[in-house]
Design a binder for this molecule. Structure first.
Ligand code: GLA
Length: 540
């Protein structure tokens, strides 16, 4: 199973390039990064870690409720070249970026052993300063480093390093640049500290893909976002030829899903930057709290047993309501039936509409609906991440989650068992409607772009990722991709006049790419690389 598989560590360029399964000119990018590293730091890198972005085909804002999602990794990725440095304080890091707007940063982790353990962060052995209110590009590098330090260096000291980053996943585009950065950083620090590769007595890498996903998810909370595991799982576990059905309950698992013949998924960037971390208080983290409070309120209504300090999720409420055994998962057919049922039960959370048509509840009403006292509610839901709202939308959020989870299963069934592209398109359109009207995570530009996409020949179109900006994904028949892109270019205002690379920066057909991996520079590769130069670039 994908979660138990080792992280690929390549020492042969042929193996690496064959595995990537991408069409972009990767050899040039990898070479360029290695050469720049040598120019800037005076020696070759020891490793390059790669983590791709992802496009989510369907299943938005349900991963943190523990429902399955269906993303695919994309060709666009983050690469981090890294090498140890001699004679410096342990763990000291010089982080550079090929993009000049991201200036060089230097930082070192501090050891907390003499600090008072007055908070969860301070209680950890290692500390790195990350201020979620003032995030910089290297905050994501630090986030990846954090878990490596605290999981692998108690006791022990990390090596000092130089690293250089390059990325082709646009930030804030909904293609998961932050997870790609955090996964690549986690991998780079593991590799350079000898925590990734097998030693003589080990087979496979020391950390498997599932463990890397869990570590990267925890690492990403360091930038203040309480995200689910979809982005990290897609970035680590995807296959070059298919989408991935990722399930989070009862444990993380992933199975490849072949995409239907003749279907192409085209990403289009609305060019509205959606900074998940900056807006988390009013958007992403708020949605997480709303779904958790909805789950607790629904459990109370349905007489589902919940532990006094348990932050039960909507998936767990469903399972307990239909008598699912602990640690087991009901069949897909039963899950579909249960989702239909729970989508109806959610109606019980619908408040009597107020004069202004408001379907939300005020804070004190929300707490009352969960049956908790204020102190317990605060501790359970507000202690790690702050959120702010006048009205909390428990009914709407739970409704979207159950309906969207059902759409994922239907979409997957069509991909596996055959069905028409039109059926897939209908599910994508229904998902967009629900994201816009019920989950309220779209924005006018995304609504416009999905409408224009349908007018330009897309069978279905929806936002992808967290929303509130970023990209749409459209299902387009293979033969029409070119004309589709041209029509959208001519109709979406911000694209007018774009040609060539400028156009393919903002609207492009995706091709499923493989998950994260590491290239290791070995002395013998230097000799071999000379033969590879003419064909595939000459990295080492
Ligand atoms: C972001 C998060 C994911 C997921 C999506 C919405 O990308 O990182 O975990 O919740 O939003 O589906």
């Amino acid at each position: 199973m994908a979660a138990k598989a080792p992280i690929p560590v390549y020492t042969q360029l042929n193996d690496l390039y064959n595995n990537l399964g991408t069409t972009v000119d990767h050899a040039t990018r990898w070479n360029n990064l290695a050469e720049e590293f040598e120019k800037r730091f005076g020696r070759k890198p020891a490793y390059i870690a790669r983590a791709p972005g992802r496009v989510n085909l369907i299943g938005e804002h349900i991963d943190y409720c523990l429902f399955g999602v269906l993303p695919a990794a994309v060709e666009r990725d983050i690469l981090i070249a890294i090498a140890p440095r001699a004679h410096d304080v342990p763990g000291h890091t010089v982080a550079d970026n090929l993009l000049p707007k991201y200036t060089r940063a230097a930082f070192a982790p501090s050891h907390n052993h003499n600090e008072p353990s007055d908070s969860a962060v301070r209680a950890e052995p290692w500390h790195l300063e990350i201020n979620p209110a003032e995030l910089r590009w290297e905050s994501y590098v630090k986030a990846g480093y954090y878990g490596v330090l605290n999981q692998y260096f108690t006791p022990g000291s990390p090596v000092p390093v130089d690293l250089l980053v390059t990325g082709s996943v646009p930030a804030g585009s909904g293609l998961s640049s932050s997870a790609a950065m955090v996964v690549a950083s986690t991998l780079a620090f593991l590799a350079v500290n000898g925590k990734l590769e097998p030693n003589l007595t080990n087979v496979g890498s020391k950390i498997n893909k599932g463990e890397l996903v869990q570590l990267a998810v925890r690492n990403e909370t360091r930038v203040g976002v309480n995200s689910g595991g979809m982005d990290q799982a897609a970035s680590v576990m995807c296959d070059a030829s298919s989408a991935l059905y990722i399930s989070f309950f009862p444990t993380l698992s992933a199975t490849p899903v072949a995409l239907p013949h003749g279907a192409v998924f085209v990403c289009a960037n609305s060019l509205v930057v959606s900074d998940k971390a900056a807006s988390a208080k009013f958007q992403y983290n708020l949605r997480v709290v709303e779904t958790l409070a909805a789950a607790r309120a629904l459990a109370l209504r349905l007489g589902v047993m919940v532990g006094p300090k348990e932050a039960i999720t909507l998936r767990e409420v469903l399972g307990r309501h239909v008598g699912e055994k602990e640690g087991e998962e009901i069949s897909v057919e039963k899950l579909e039936e249960a989702l239909v049922k729970l989508s109806q039960e959610v109606e019980g959370l619908r408040p009597a509409t107020s004069a202004d048509g408001q379907l939300g509840v005020k804070l004190d009403e929300m707490i009352a609906l969960t049956g908790l006292d204020t102190a317990t509610f605060d501790e359970l839901y507000f202690s790690r991440f702050q959120v702010e709202a006048t009205y909390f939308q428990l009914y709407k959020r739970a409704k979207h989650v159950y309906d969207e989870a059902l759409r994922v299963l239907q979409f997957r069934k069509i991909c596996i068992g055959g069905g028409s592209l039109e059926q897939l398109g209908d599910l994508m359109n229904a998902s967009q409607k629900s994201c816009a009207e019920v989950y309220e995570c779209s924005c006018p530009e995304l609504d416009q772009l999905t409408t224009l996409a349908r007018e330009a020949g897309a069978i279905g179109s929806r936002l992808t990722g967290a929303g509130w900006g970023g990209c749409t994904v459209s299902l387009v028949p293979e033969a029409q991709v070119e004309s589709f892109i041209a029509k959208v270019r001519d109709s979406y205002g911000p694209y007018k006049g774009l040609e060539g690379d400028k156009l393919s920066e903002v609207i492009f057909a995706t091709k499923p790419s493989s998950g994260a991996c590491v290239y290791k520079f070995e002395r013998r590769n230097v000799e071999r690389s000379n033969q590879l130069c003419s064909r595939q670039g000459c990295m080492p």
